[in-house]
Design a protein around this ligand. Structure first.
Ligand code: SF4
Length: 374
């Protein structure tokens, strides 16, 4: 661990965390919670050193599209501004042509998530994957959260391993990390009592990993959860990765208050950066931590690349879910904009696909591209 071992730190809490990491020990929940009160720049320096020991100065992004095929959902989670009941004036369900219009020639990844439609059968969800894969076979398809997988199990009355095997046969490459929210049962009872809890989310991702389907993981923070619950969520993910490795990236998602009335304002940029840094330090066996620019905003996301993040997600095209909650970021970003953001943060941009295969490595400045297709 070159960068971590060479780091000189002033704050005793952060210095103790560094010693533990150098000794190969993971941080406890208590240590993680205490670190939230450590000086943020010290915390960021340690998290950045951990990320640099894994990835050097490389920061990853993808040229992708988000596809949200329907906002019609049988559930009504309190924090969700996206879902609509059937028949609502702004409810929508895409046709095959609308789905296919998201498969732009230049993208290497498509991210598919949406509502739990009251009339769709499992085959309809499989069709969405089949259509996009048929149009562009080289596309990596990251589709359907554990909440949707559990819904498919109930629709088909089949276990998760059967559902996941069918999805993979249709063209699924990886699972997104959504639906994890906060694993705390207290938070689930309060905000989304009808939705699956942490135990089922972890079970579905464990089965996916055992089948060789990699996945991402998320944390929705900045609402009613405590810091202890936030850190315990990271520890639960770390333990799953030990039992059944397969996580590609961890994405802390800053809650967008929108019209939910749950909190008055979004978490501050300082809280965002501390959460990114803590994620890198506590969830120590995940390859990447993402600074998801759609929810963080571009400036905080760029700064997160010096607080332990090594990925900014992607260009995304027409994102609907965070923007339904009034996210202030643009609805998509050009590839050149991602490259510029990463360079401004002092990192080297690397374009990847959903499985982190390198598509193109850029120079630190405006030099010609250094690497090519995977
Ligand atoms: S969070 Fe997902 S499951 Fe819950 S209401 Fe929104 S779309 Fe439906």
């Amino acid at each position: 661990m070159g960068h971590v071992s060479e780091l000189r730190l002033c704050d005793p809490l952060v210095a103790a965390a560094r010693e533990q990491l150098l000794a190969g020990e993971s941080l406890s929940q208590e240590a993680g919670v205490r670190l939230f009160d450590a000086p943020m720049l010290e915390l960021g320096r340690l998290a950045n050193a951990v990320a640099r020991d894994r990835h050097g100065d490389r920061a990853y992004f993808t040229v992708n599209r988000q596809l949200n095929p329907t906002n019609v959902c049988v559930l009504a989670c309190r924090f969700c501004d996206y879902a609509r009941k059937p028949g609502a004036p702004d409810a929508y369900t895409m046709t095959k042509e609308q789905v296919l219009s998201h498969v732009d020639p230049e993208i290497s990844e498509i991210h598919i998530v949406g509502g739990l439609h009251h009339k769709w059968r499992f085959d309809d969800y499989l069709d969405v994957i089949r259509w996009v894969k048929a149009k562009k076979p080289s596309l990596s398809v990251k589709a359907y959260t554990a909440v949707e997988i559990d819904f498919f199990c109930r629709l088909t009355r089949k276990p998760a391993d059967w559902v996941l095997t069918e999805l993979r046969a249709a063209g699924l490459d990886a699972l997104p990390g959504g639906g994890a929210e906060v694993f705390s049962e207290r938070v689930r009872r309060e905000l989304f009592p009808q939705k699956i809890g942490g135990r089922r989310w972890l079970e579905i991702h464990e089965i996916a990993h055992q089948l060789g389907i990699p996945s991402n993981a998320t944390l929705l923070y900045g609402h009613i959860e405590t810091r202890g619950e936030r850190v315990q969520h990271l520890i639960d993910l770390r333990e799953l990765e030990r039992r059944a490795p397969g996580f590609l990236a961890f994405i802390p998602l800053a809650f967008q208050p929108g019209a939910t009335g749950l909190v008055r304002r979004q978490a501050s940029a300082i809280e965002d950066l501390k959460t990114i840094a803590l994620s890198r330090l506590v969830f120590d066996n995940v390859p990447h931590v993402k600074g998801y620019w759609v929810m963080l905003g571009q400036d905080t996301a760029a700064a997160s690349l010096n607080f332990g993040a090594s990925d900014l997600d992607g260009t995304i095209g027409q994102e609907k879910i965070a923007h339904a909650a009034l996210a202030k970021s643009p609805v998509g970003m050009a590839e050149a904009g991602m490259v510029q953001m990463i360079r401004e943060a002092g990192k080297i941009p690397v374009q990847r696909d959903a499985l982190y295969r390198v598509v193109r490595e850029y120079g630190r400045r405006d030099e010609p591209a250094a690497a090519s297709a995977a």
